[in-house]
Design a protein around this ligand. Structure first.
Ligand code: IMP
Ligand code: MG
Length: 175
């Protein structure tokens, strides 16, 4: 690991406040319905837990783990399902929960694959969005924050598997 330090980009309070807002919005948008949250592991897990607690319509959960083929993990665009969902999503109102949309490759592949399983509806909620890095167009329905093109960690996001547990969003700065 290169020598680095982490600087705060979004404080715990800011993230908390924004998740409250998104939770309220989702509760309104899904009023009278159930929502089936699909968490993309591992990055989406912290956001999923915080968000799910703030949704007032009935919530069910499932988890999925994906990885990119090839060594250039960020740009191959081919996604391998490492852990598939436990339950069918057919006829459900599915909301995918992600940590960050970067190039958009992972999500565009994943959303297409999920759509083919015939959910009643399919939406995407991401804590962070790096629009400058987008290569493949992805429709994002709920976004926590747009972030600049820097490497961010915390709230589920890692640098070499570390920092996922930070209660804020930080930027990795190389010394
Ligand atoms: P994609 O390029 O949109 O396919 O992003 C794929 C994945 O790369 C995300 O789900 C994250 O796991 C990871 N990723 C992208 N940018 C960052 C970052 O700044 N910090 C940590 N992980 C990132
Ligand atoms: Mg991820």
């Amino acid at each position: 690991m290169d020598k680095h330090h982490v600087e705060v980009l979004l404080s715990e309070e800011e993230v908390d406040r924004r998740i409250n807002e998104i939770g309220e919005q989702i509760s309104k948008d899904y009023a009278g319905k159930n929502v089936h949250l699909i968490c993309v592991l591992k990055g989406g897990s912290f956001f999923l837990c915080e968000l799910a607690k703030r949704i007032s319509v009935p919530v069910s959960l499932d988890f999925m783990s994906v990885s990119s083929y090839g060594k250039d993990t960020k740009s191959s665009g081919v996604v391998k399902i490492v852990k598939d969902l436990d339950e069918s999503i057919k006829g459900k109102n599915v909301l995918v929960i992600e940590d960050i949309v970067d190039s958009g490759r992972t999500l565009s592949y994943l959303m297409e694959m999920l759509e083919a399983r015939e959910p009643e509806s399919l939406k995407l909620c991401t804590l962070l969005d790096k629009p400058e890095r987008r290569v493949v167009d992805v429709k994002v329905d709920y976004t926590g924050f747009q972030v600049p093109d820097e490497f961010v960690v915390g709230y589920g996001l890692d640098y070499d598997q570390l920092y996922r547990n930070l209660p804020y969003i930080g930027v990795v700065k190389f010394d």
